[in-house]
Design a protein around this ligand. Structure first.
Ligand SMILES: [Zn+2]
Length: 235
């Protein structure tokens, strides 16, 4: 083989190699893209209908069966709990509280629970007390009727600071309220009654009331822009 012929063979061999490598890459990236598109398609089929997120909504029977949406028990003025309701997530919530209060303490934030689980009967007595004092209508703007209190789930907690004072607007400007607002979601808690959302939640702003929903949900509530009703599509 002379020099010129050698060169030509080399060039041809190189060109073949280049074509082979690039066509392999093209096929590969097509496969990748196709795979990604299929995943996106599956996601949309599973979670959306006409562009709206769909939810797993359970059966609700007043006084008998509480409403579950996406695995979260819903308690508000439209959906109440049966008298004997018991959550299986209470232990999990208490463990999360324990971790949260310890972490807060390291930042000189003193979180104390003022109110946690409240039975149907206790709520009944409480509401009647307020209703006798202020009338039923007024009482229902700040107190839940029996069966309508999240505290009956054992997953809702009212926080106070080192003073252990009873809940109220005074808590709004404390470092404890600020810390909870910024950090509670990391532990599975959400601010249940945010400011300016009374028309959705039915309750005035409660800087002290947090609800455990688990981190898989609370991570979507970063800085508490949402209400639970909006998040679950039931507002
Ligand atoms: Zn509360």
């Amino acid at each position: 083989m002379n020099g010129g012929r050698k060169m030509r063979v080399l060039v041809i061999a190189l060109s073949v190699a280049v074509v082979l490598v690039s066509s392999f890459n093209i096929v590969n990236s097509f496969n990748k893209e196709e795979k990604q598109n299929t995943n996106i398609l599956n996601y949309h089929e599973d979670n959306t209908k006409n562009g709206e997120k769909t939810h797993d909504v359970g059966e609700y029977i007043e006084g008998k069966k509480p409403l579950y949406v996406d695995g979260i028990v819903v308690v508000n003025k439209d959906y109440c709990l049966p008298k004997d309701y018991k959550s299986d997530k209470e232990k999990e919530a208490l463990a999360a509280i324990d971790k949260m209060t310890k972490d807060a303490k390291h930042e000189d934030v003193n979180l104390n629970i003022r109110s946690g689980y409240r039975s149907y009967k206790t709520q009944e007595n409480l509401f009647n007390l307020y209703a006798n004092r202020d009338g039923k209508e007024d009482a229902s703007t700040y107190s839940a009727k029996p069966g309508q209190s999240e505290h009956q789930t054992g997953l809702a907690y009212d926080f106070t600071d080192a003073s252990l004072k009873s809940v109220g607007n005074w808590f709004d400007d404390t470092k404890e309220a600020k810390w909870l607002y910024e950090n509670a979601y990391k532990y599975g808690f959400i601010l249940r009654y945010p400011p300016g959302k009374t028309n959705i939640t039915g309750y005035i702003y409660e800087s002290w009331h947090y609800r455990y929903v688990g981190t898989e949900h609370s991570n979507n509530f970063i800085m508490n822009c949402l209400t639970l009703e909006e998040y679950l599509g039931i507002n």
